[in-house]
Write a protein of this length. Structure first.
Length: 132
């Protein structure tokens, strides 16, 4: 069973965004190894993302505060232990995904992970890695 913490601000924002979606749509949470500089790491860092989707037969469905989080088999190990938050600051707003259970990236970026989805003047917005 995958464990994901979704902070209250993120729950509220996702529920607001889900209002415009088709019935049966959940939130896919995924991770990809290789961030090409993500969080100060290199090609071995982990990058997180989110998207609205319908569950596939091989997804693990995690229910958190009324939300259905969909995790594909290749993301399970990297997503387990993740924290999803929503931040609104002057220079950044959007979803932030981190996994404190992953090791910190070393100088070569061989571990660790972060993710940021939303508007960010410093990072160009969209779902990708961000800092700060």
């Amino acid at each position: 069973m995958v464990h994901i913490e979704v902070r209250p601000a993120a729950v509220d924002q996702v529920k607001t965004l889900l209002n415009g979606q088709s019935p049966g749509v959940g939130v896919r949470v995924y991770a990809q190894p290789g961030g090409a500089g993500c969080c100060g790491g290199g090609a071995g860092a982990v990058q997180f993302g989110m998207a609205f989707a319908k569950a596939r037969s091989d997804d693990e469905v995690v229910r958190v505060d009324g939300l259905s989080l969909l995790i594909d088999p290749t993301s399970t190990k990297l997503v387990d232990g993740a924290v999803i938050d929503y931040v609104e600051k002057l220079n950044e707003s959007g979803f932030r995904i981190s996994n404190p259970t992953l090791p910190e990236p070393d100088a070569g970026g061989q571990a660790g992970g972060c993710g940021s989805c939303g508007e960010s003047s410093a990072h160009g917005g969209g779902c990708a890695c961000g800092s700060g």
